[in-house]
Each structure stands twice: as C-alpha cells, then as structure tokens.
Design a protein around this ligand. Structure first.
Ligand code: GLN
Ligand code: ZN
Length: 767
C-alpha cells in the first residue's frame, strides 16, 4: 500500500506567495526575490510531506498564479496579443505569464487579461486557455523540469502533476468558429510526449494526470479522445507509471472508459461519491491499481478513521494491498494550510478540524492503521480520532434540538407567500407608491479606506463602540441625504458596517466559527477565508435591524433592508459534513426568515435577499440539478415568506447565464430581481423575456466592475432594449451590483446619470 498527495496549497502557510507576488507587481521586490519565496514554499511543502512519510510527493503542483495557466505556458498556448509583452520584458517568462493572467497596461501597451472562470464547483478560479483553429503547440516553459529538479535536490523523487491532455483541452475555449477544441489533441500530443521524455530523462518514475472531466458528463468524442491519447502516451512510455486522477464527482457512466485506459493507477473521489467504490473495485482490470480519495480535500473536518478503514479494507480484500493507494479526495489546494496556527479557536471545535498539513498526516495514519501498525503513537492517534468523531456526534456546541425541531416542522406553507404575485403587486403598489422605472442600487456604497480604517481601529480597541457607531451613523446619514438629493427612489443604507456579505452574518449567527489564518486561494494572489459552519444555525438576536431602522429614521423615502440569502451563505462557507447541505441551508433560511420578519416589524417595507451564489451551487452532473434547485429555491422561499403581501421582497444575482435555470429563478418568486447584464448588453434579458418572467426585474444598466462612468444616453439605450422585451411596468433601473469597490467620485457621476436616464425614459414612455 502506498500514500500520495494530489497537490498541496501553494500560497504558503502565512500567505507568503500572495504578499510576494503583489510586491513584485508593484515593483517593490525584484524577480529573484519572488523566485526565492516560491522555492521556499515548495521546499516547505515537500518537507512537510516527507516528514509525515508520504510515499509519492507531488511537484509542479506549485504555481505562481494558476496551474491551468502554467499548462498553457508549458505547451505554448500563448495568444498572439502577448507577444509584444515578451519583447518589452526581455523575454522574461514570468512577466509574460503574469501579463496573460492580469493584462498588461505599461510601456505603451494596453493588453487585456485572459478570461478567468471557476474551477469546477469550487471557489478557485482558473485562467481559461484560448484555442484557435489548427493551433500549433510548442514546449515553451521549463517550470515543471525546474521543480522536479528542485525536489530532487531536497532528496525527493517527486511525482510531477500535470493537467491531463483531454481535461486541458476541455477547460479551454474556442476563440474562433469552425473547429472543435478536441481536434487539437493531435497537435498538442507531441508536446506532452516531449514533457514526459524530459521528465523521464531527469529520473521521474511517476506522472499524475489530472482528468477531472472523467467524473463529469462528457461527449462521445471526448471519450474517444481519452482512448487515443492515453494509448499513444502508453505506447511512447511503456515504463513510466501513470496515475489518472478524477475528482469532484464519481466516475459513474465513465467508469468503463476510465477503467480501460492503459494507465497504472486510477484515483477516485470517495468523499464526493463513496457509493462508487463497490462498482469500481469490481470492474477495474488486474493491472490497474486504485487510489482511494478518502481524506476530504475540499473541507476542514477531521477524517473519520473507522469509516475510511472500512473502505480501505474492502478495497484491499478485493485488490490486494499492493494495488491500493491512499490519498486525499482531490488536491489540498482547496483546504487552508495549517491548523496549528489557530490559537484562538475553541479547543473543542479545533479538535474536530484538519487543514492541509494535518490531512497529510491523516493519509499516512490511515495507511499505517490499515497495515496493522504497532506504532503506539499512531494507535494513540486512532483513539484520539475516534473520540473527536464521537464528540461531534453529541456535542452540545453542535446540536441544538430547538433548531432541529423547527427545521423538521417546516411545512409547504412556510415557503409560500400569503398570496400570488398578482395580488401582492397591487398591495405593494398601494403601499409603496413608486414611479414607473423606479431607481435603486444593489446595497453597498463605496467602502473607502477611511471606513475600513474605522473598523480596523474599532477591532484593535483604538475606537470605542460608541465612537465607531457615531462614525458609521454619519456615513450612513450622508449617504441617505445624497441619495435623496439626486432623486433615487428606493434608498439603501450603504452597508458601511459590513466587512463581507457572508462574514457579517456568520459572525452574528450561532453555529459559525471564524479562523484566523484559514486562507484558501481564490484566484492568483486573492485568498478567501471562508467561515466554518460547525453546528446547528440559529439567530440569537436581530442582525441588521439596527442599521436599517436608523437609515429609515433619517428619511421619508423607502429604505431597502439588505440581507445575504441562505444559499449564498452556505455556498461561501466550509459546511458541516455530518448532515446534508440542504439541511444546513434550511436552518440558515429560518434564521434569515426571522430577520426578514423583524425588519418588517421595524417598518422596513422593501427587503432584498441577495443570492449571487445560487447558480454556482449547481452540481457538476446535470442529473443532480433538479434536486439541488428544489432545496435551494425552497430555502430562499422559506427566508422570504414570513412577511405580508405589501412588503416587497427583492433578490439580486450577479452571474449571467440564467437561461438554463430561469424557471427555477421564477420559482423563487421574489417580487423584484436585480441582475447583472450591462456587460452582455441586455442579451441576458432574452432569457427572461422568452420565459415571460412574471415578476419585476432590474437589469443592471451599468457595469460597476469598472471605474468608467457611463453616459445617460448609453443607459437610455439599454433601457430601450430592455423595454423591447420586457413590459415597462415590470422594469427597475439600477447598477448591476454593489458599489462597495468603487470610489465616490465615479459613483456619484454614474448614479446621477442613471437617475436622469430613468426619468427621461419614463417621460418618453408616457408620450
Ligand atoms: N448587497 C451586496 C452589495 O451591494 C450584494 C453584493 C453581491 O451581489 N455580490 O455589496
Ligand atoms: Zn452582485
């Protein structure tokens, strides 16, 4: 039996890489300094794994930005627009690389970055390869060889990790018509061969090909490509040991394909899809070994050793221990680095957790235990593990019977507003008296350095609670006054008291805990620190009423209450694994519902429940979409349905591509939905129009992601386009997302123009 790791976090346990990259970009350090930081992180990671006793330690899992972009550079998939950068920067490979990732606005050049998108269903974002017809590829970077050599120097014969050829192509985008990216397989294959030959020459024995698409729905053509590519590679390299790694879902209908590939090891994700084990061990051929992905690479919980050992025993019984490898479910890229840094966590909770470094040890312990070790330390670890697992089952920190009973008692009625939208609409019109094309914003106003400094000072104790409160009130009041002055119809309080739209709520809910250093890479140098939902969720006290009420007291116009929805809170947190996600989501929904009801009681008549993450929660396999959408939509409805007909519920989403879930969005039954669509120039609205979306819609009329101030005329144009497909009485006018990241200067200009556009459009409509 052997152990291996699919990939280790590369940001550094104190986010050293983030800091070094940002310093390099701003010219504060030179290239050699950045490279030193990179090499140190690699060495640290290798040592952690070596000391823990991992058999196959990965290399090339490190990256200065993104592993897919690394691949694009290695195979020379460099879009032509970057060639000039290479010239300007003396052919510095890393400068070219960063230009592809981040764009290049220097030296008289203005070159856009490559597109970025989510890595499967994670919160990690990769740089999308660009493909052209008849594209030629060429070995361009030596990063992978340098890393292999670096590991060798550290005394490790590492296992290079590369993105499998088929997955690499499937991750990319065709940038012109008339070809299929899979047609490029024959062109790119020689580069893969070249990479492998060099690695073999350097002494590599193992190669890990990441092929996550084998656990997704794929076309017949992709399946055929898998067969040709791996047969060819096998033919060229009869002695290299190939691992094909699948993760994020089960092999399911691709099992026979995966099992037929001429490779040495197949890795499967038994955290996401434990059910597949039985079928997999019964169908793989005798010359194929199986890597069991048992330790959750996507979450922060301690492994349940007893449970994992049962899986291992089952596999060993059927395959023999020589054909079994133990591993995390996927790369540890998605877990925080090291639990040891969490010195402030409640010890009982800390005892339930494992971050990357701890997970490495778990993998080794599982192998030892499965092999009948007599090592007393490991036997003790096992006892500790059993205790931790059983304490999670019963701890009063986690289990709150009142919450469980309430969730269980939820009925159909709880996710139903009192009356249909048609009736509610009349009530709301009477109560709210809004004009045609009402104007509003999405919630946040600029979080200036000043506002952030108040929060920092308050946290450090340099400002008293009363001082902090006064400053925030002044800022809120100014913002209310200003919105009144420029003539916005539905005001917001500005969200100055919030650090982050999930953290702000998590901090006030029971069942959440926050780490000090639990950073995970989101993209490039950007890291996020997701809250940990460890227990039953409840709301001990109102969370937003104070600020909404204060803002409402400052004006005679309507102030919109602002909440984050249950699906988004779930989606952007580490979620407990001892109950279904749907159950946790329902508990959060009930907490938000209480908040909605309290806001109404406090006189807030318009309440927005943001759900920007609802689409990204979609399962990877289409067959599971309906189940997810059912509970996700229900959770939203539970949160929204406690109020009277006359109270208007808004929701907001900021990812396009609603076409395939438009029916479910309509099922959410929000009275008003505001969506991002200024960048796609209202194309998105077609989905709503074709479907005849019945409720009100605020299609974003300008892009807040850029400092550019749009003109009134542009926005009138967009409003006209919107009216072509949606009846005027259904339309709202608003930016496409919150203004938190903008400066006041451009915000003021843009909103003044937006209000003018709405007024003009209303006049034009009436004549
Ligand atoms: N209300 C939030 C804001 O305005 C919404 C943010 C979002 O959609 N991501 O900041
Ligand atoms: Zn948004």
């Amino acid at each position: 039996m052997q152990t291996h790791i699919l990939g280790y976090p590369r940001i550094g346990s104190k986010r050293e890489l983030k800091k070094a990259c940002e310093q390099y970009w701003s010219g504060k350090i030179v290239l050699e300094e950045l490279l030193t930081v990179g090499r140190n992180i690699c060495n640290q990671n290798w040592n952690i794994q070596k000391e823990a006793g991992i058999d196959l330690i990965p290399c090339n899992d490190f990256s200065y930005y993104d592993q897919v972009l690394d691949m694009s550079l290695i195979v020379g998939a460099i879009p032509a627009r970057y060639h000039e950068v290479a010239l300007k920067r003396n052919n510095s490979e890393l400068d070219l690389y960063f230009a592809m990732a981040r764009g290049y606005q220097k030296d008289g050049l203005d070159i856009t970055a490559m597109e970025m998108t989510k890595w499967f269903d994670t919160n990690y974002h990769y740089i999308v390869p660009e493909f052209y017809k008849n594209q030629q590829f060429k070995l361009t970077s030596s990063k992978i060889f340098n890393e292999f050599a670096g590991a060798k120097q550290a005394g490790i014969n590492a296992k290079p990790v590369i993105i499998g050829l088929v997955s690499y192509l499937l991750l990319g985008k065709e940038k012109e018509e008339g070809f299929d990216k899979l047609d490029l397989a024959q062109n790119i294959l020689p580069v893969y061969v070249e990479i492998l030959s060099k690695l073999q020459e350097q002494g590599a024995e193992w190669i890990q090909f990441d092929e996550p698409f084998l656990s997704l729905d794929i076309t017949e053509k992709a399946k055929e490509t898998y067969i040709t590519v791996y047969s060819e590679l096998r033919k060229q390299f009869p002695t290299l040991k190939f691992i094909v790694a699948t993760y994020f879902d089960g092999l399911k209908d691709n099992l026979s394909l995966a099992a037929s590939l001429p490779v040495n090891v197949l890795h499967i994700d038994l955290v996401r899809n434990p059910e597949q084990l039985e079928e997999v061990i019964n169908s793989i051929p005798e010359n194929l070994s199986l890597s069991l992905g048992l330790v959750d690479g996507r979450n922060i919980w301690k492994n349940d050793f007893e449970k994992s050992l049962a899986f291992i025993n089952k596999a060993v019984e059927k395959l023999g221990s020589e054909r079994v490898l133990i591993a995390p479910s996927c790369s540890l890229l998605h877990s925080p680095c090291d639990l040891d840094f969490e010195t402030n966590l409640n010890p009982e909770i800390k005892n339930w957790l494992a971050f990357a470094k701890q997970k490495v040890k778990e993998v080794v312990n599982l192998k030892e235990l499965a092999s009948g070790t007599e090592n007393q330390d490991i036997i003790n670890d096992f006892e500790e593990n059993k205790k931790a697992v059983s304490s999670r089952k019963t701890s009063s920190l986690i289990h709150n019977n009142i919450v469980k009973q309430r969730a269980e008692a939820v009925t159909e009625e709880d996710s139903q507003r009192k009356n249909s939208f048609q009736i509610r609409r009349e009530e709301q019109q009477k109560a709210l008296q809004l004009p045609l094309f009402p104007t509003t914003t999405i919630g946040s106003f600029p979080q200036t350095a000043e506002v952030r400094s108040w929060r920092a000072k308050f946290k450090k104790g340099e400002l008293t609670a009363a001082q902090y409160d006064t400053l925030l009130k002044e800022e809120t009041q100014r913002t209310i006054r200003w919105q009144e002055e420029i003539g916005i119809d539905v005001l917001v309080h500005g969200e100055f008291e919030r650090n982050d739209m999930v953290e702000y709520f998590g901090e006030q809910l029971e069942g959440f805990v926050f780490t000090k250093n639990g950073w995970v890479q989101s993209y490039g140098s950007r890291c996020v620190k997701p809250p940990v939902i460890f227990g039953d969720v409840s709301r001990p006290a109102p969370m937003t009423v104070y600020w909404s009420q204060y803002a409402q007291s400052q004006t005679n116009q309507w102030v919109k209450g602002m909440l984050t929805g249950p699906v988004t809170i779930l989606q952007w947190s580490f979620v407990r694994d001892d109950q279904p996600r749907s159950e946790t989501c329902k508990q959060i929904a009930l907490a938000i519902r209480d908040e909605v009801v309290d806001l109404e009681k406090a006189g807030i008549r318009i309440i927005q429940i943001d759900e920007p993450a609802i689409r990204e929660g979609l399962p990877l396999r289409k067959a599971e979409w309906q189940n997810y959408l059912k509970w996700a939509v229900e959770a939203f409805r539970i949160s929204a349905s406690g109020v009277d007909d006359a109270t208007q519920i808004h929701t907001h989403m900021c990812y396009s591509e609603f076409n395939d879930i438009i029916k479910n969005i309509a099922d959410m039954d929000a009275d008003v939905i505001t969506i991002e669509c200024s960048r796609s120039q209202m194309e998105l609205l077609n989905a709503f129009a074709d479907f005849k979306y019945p409720n009100e819609i605020g299609p974003g009329v300008y892009d807040i992601h850029s400092p550019r101030v749009p003109s009134k005329e542009e926005m009138i144009e967009l409003l006209k386009k919107a009216q072509d497909v949606i009846p005027a009485h259904q339309l709202w006018v608003n930016p496409d997302c919150g203004l938190k990241t903008r400066h006041w200067e451009e915000t003021e200009k843009a909103l003044i123009a937006m209000v003018a556009a709405a007024k003009e459009a209303a006049v034009e409509y009436s004549i």
